[in-house]
Design a protein around this ligand. Structure first.
Ligand code: X2X
Length: 340
C-alpha cells in the first residue's frame, strides 16, 4: 500500500471509531430514588425508565436504585452522587438537594405555599427557570418538576391543633438545617434521621412523629401502623426534580436528549397527578387515612396562621440564606396566583 492509501485507510478508521464512540451507551444508567418502588414517586422512576427504553429502541437502559441504595451516608448528599458519577440520574426531592443548592430551601420556607395553584405558578414561571439554571451551574440538568407533595405532620402521642401541642414532641426530620430551625421554633425536639432509618425509629418509639406527604409516603409506607394522628397543615411543599448529570446529558445525541426530556416531562405530569389525587378536588386520600384508624386534623385558615406566626423568625432567617430577591420574586408570583 502506498503512503497515501495508508493515511486514507487510517483516516477512515478514525472516522468510524469516532462515530462509533458517539453511539456507545453505558450498559446501565443508574437512577437514584430515596423511597421504595411503591407509591407515585417510586412508580414514576419505573415509568420514566420504561418510556426511555421503549423510545430509544432498548438502547438507553435506566435502572432505578430504590431506598437510597446509592447513598453511602446521608440522603442530603444526592446531588454529589450525580457529580461524582455514582448516579447518572435522580428523581430527587428539593429537600435532599437543598444542603448543596441553597436556593432549593425556598420550598421549605414555613407556610409559604397554601395550594397547588401557587406552586404551579412559581414552578412554571420565572423562578422555575431560574432554579433550573442554578442547578445546571451545579452540574445537574433539571428535566422536569415532579412532586412529593405538601408535607403533613404525623405522631403517635396526641392530637395537634395549636403550636403549644408540639411542645417537647420528638420529631424525625430530614438532615437539612431549616427543618431543625422550624421544629425548634415550634417548641418540638427535632432529630435528623435518614429516611432509611426513620421507620425503625418510629417503630421503636425513638421518635414520636415525622412529617411527609400523604400519597407519596404516608400511604405507601402505611405509617398508620405506628402513627395515629395526622395534622394537615401544608407547612412545606416538596417538589421532585427529574435530574440528570450534565456530563451524562452531554454524552447523548440531540435525538436521545429529546427522548429523555420528553419521557421526563410525560412522567412528571402523571406523577404530579398521582401525588395530588384525593387531596385536591376530593378528600379520598384523607378517607384512606381515617379508615386505617388515623385521627385527621385539617387546620382552618386561622389556626394555620398561629403556626405561621410562630415560625416567622425562621422564615426571615432563611429568606436571607436563600437570597432575599429570589424569595421576593416567589412572594410576588404567589400573590399573582392568588388573585387569578
Ligand atoms: O426523607 C424524607 O422525608 C423524604 C422521603 O420525604 C425525602 O426524601 C425528602
Amino acid at each position: 500500500m502506498s503512503h497515501k492509501k495508508i493515511i486514507l485507510f487510517l483516516l477512515v478508521l478514525i472516522f468510524f471509531a469516532a462515530s462509533y464512540s458517539h453511539a456507545v451507551y453505558k450498559p446501565e444508567y443508574k437512577l437514584s430514588v430515596v423511597v421504595g418502588p411503591t407509591g407515585p414517586w417510586g412508580e414514576a422512576a419505573a415509568k420514566f425508565a420504561s418510556i426511555v427504553k421503549e423510545k430509544s429502541g432498548g438502547k438507553i437502559n435506566i435502572k432505578p436504585y430504590y431506598n437510597g441504595q446509592l447513598f453511602s451516608g446521608k440522603q442530603t448528599n444526592e446531588v454529589l452522587l450525580l457529580k461524582l458519577g455514582v448516579a447518572d440520574l435522580a428523581l430527587g426531592s428539593t429537600i435532599n438537594w437543598s444542603t448543596t443548592i441553597k436556593e432549593l430551601n425556598l420550598f421549605s420556607l414555613p407556610f409559604m405555599f397554601s395550594n397547588y395553584r401557587e406552586l404551579d405558578a412559581v414552578l412554571d414561571g420565572k423562578v422555575g427557570k431560574q432554579l433550573a439554571s442554578i442547578m445546571e451551574q451545579k452540574g445537574v440538568i433539571a428535566l422536569a418538576w415532579g412532586e412529593n407533595g405538601f408535607r403533613e405532620l404525623t405522631n403517635s402521642r396526641k392530637k395537634i391543633v395549636s403550636p403549644s401541642d408540639l411542645d417537647g414532641l420528638k420529631i424525625r426530620v430530614v438532615g437539612s438545617p431549616i427543618f431543625i430551625d422550624i421544629f425548634k421554633s415550634l417548641g418540638a425536639n427535632p432529630a435528623s434521621i435518614n429516611w432509611s432509618e426513620a421507620l425503625t425509629a418510629l417503630q421503636q418509639g425513638t421518635v414520636d412523629g415525622q412529617e411527609n406527604p400523604i400519597n407519596s409516603v404516608i400511604i405507601p409506607y402505611k405509617l398508620w401502623q405506628m402513627q395515629n394522628n395526622i395534622l394537615i397543615w401544608h407547612y412545606a411543599i416538596d417538589p421532585i426534580i427529574f435530574g440528570i448529570s450534565k456530563a451524562i446529558w452531554n454524552s447523548f445525541s440531540k435525538k436521545d436528549q429529546e427522548i429523555i426530556l420528553n419521557a421526563a416531562k410525560e412522567t412528571a405530569v402523571w406523577q404530579k397527578a398521582q401525588a395530588r389525587k384525593g387531596l385536591d378536588k376530593s378528600t379520598e386520600s384523607l378517607d384512606i387515612l381515617r379508615k386505617n384508624g388515623m385521627d385527621v386534623v385539617v387546620l382552618s385558615g386561622k389556626e394555620r396562621q398561629a403556626f405561621k406566626e410562630k415560625t416567622k423568625s425562621v422564615y426571615e432567617k432563611w429568606r436571607k440564606e436563600i437570597g432575599a430577591s429570589l424569595v421576593d420574586e416567589v412572594e410576588k408570583e404567589i400573590k399573582g396566583a392568588t388573585k387569578k
